[in-house]
Design a protein around this ligand. Sequence first.
Ligand code: ATP
Ligand code: LTN
Length: 340
Amino acid sequence: MNDLQKQNKPILLSGIQPSGHLALGNYVGAMRNWVQLQENYLGIFMVVDMHAITVRQKPADLRNRCLSFAAQYLAAGIDPKESIIFIQSHVPQHAQLAWVLNCYTYMGELNRMTQFKDKSQRHADNINAGLYTYPALMAADILLYQTDLVPVGADQKQHLELTRDIAARFNSTFSPTFKIPEPFIPEAGARIMSLQDVDKKMSKSDDNVNNYIALLDPPAVLRKKIKRAVTDSASEITPESLNRPGIGNLLTIYSVLNDMPPLDVVSSFEGQQYSGFKNELADALVAFLEPFQQRYDTIMNDKGYLSGILDEGAARARYMASKTISKVYRKLGFVPPGPA
Ligand code: ATP
Ligand code: LTN
């Protein structure tokens, strides 16, 4: 048992699919809270490559993205000495538990999942069974580690509720096996909206790159995207602006980046033109992302360091996950294998 486990900290766990380009929505809705919470928890942060293949991926891109996303977790402030970072497919227990949980998940439950409905529309030529049963794999990710808290954006609330239902069902069918996890959804920034399609959530795999801010966008691109972000026909910031699509989203982003309550942001910009506010927002973004990108470059230039962290993370994760899977197999009535 390692030092952190001995300290008996509660478990914090989350993951992001290595599809598209890590975006500001992912940072504000999820990663930022991982960094803030990691001190008081044992953090487990995954790059969920097995989830990503529910949508077609080019193998070379997927491989590069897994490393790039892990490096961005570190650049954002995940401390590899405190937390566990790994790639999902390095821990085979995820697939093992996902199968079991598939058998404790009802089709009626999966039919209600809005992410499935959205993604089936976006990928109408590839509505595969994995896309449909994806929430059982996500439940496995969480339940394998006896997780206490799952920091995610608002779009994942439904999957978290299903995870809790599956865990409770298994526990009551057998005996207490899984901890029932709590979601952590931030008050501000739980749903950052697209810059052009202001009624849609910002999504890192959007076909239109102007819809999202990628964390690795160069400063000139960041500035251009903010300048072109769609707002409404009013032109000055007023207390109403917070509730308007477009400008309200930009104010929310500013408030989160500067750790300022949204109402304070509105009062400090009240009466100013949208264009002036957009310049300030672009400056704040560049000031935040430039050092992030420098840290990222340093990490990516030392692949040995990065793979060392991922290997160690996977080894620790396998150790923890193997305990849960043995318990689950025993409760189900699977005959234990003899010595190898
Ligand atoms: P994709 O477009 O590739 O399907 P995505 O941008 O929706 O991806 P996910 O990998 O599904 O990202 O989500 C990673 C994390 O980021 C989750 O916790 C999710 O809730 C959060 N997240 C995603 N988009 C947003 C957003 N627009 N605002 C806040 N949080 C978000
Ligand atoms: N389903 C999530 C990604 C994800 C996740 C997880 C999040 C997979 N496994 C475990 C939290 C905990 C998504 O699409 N955003």
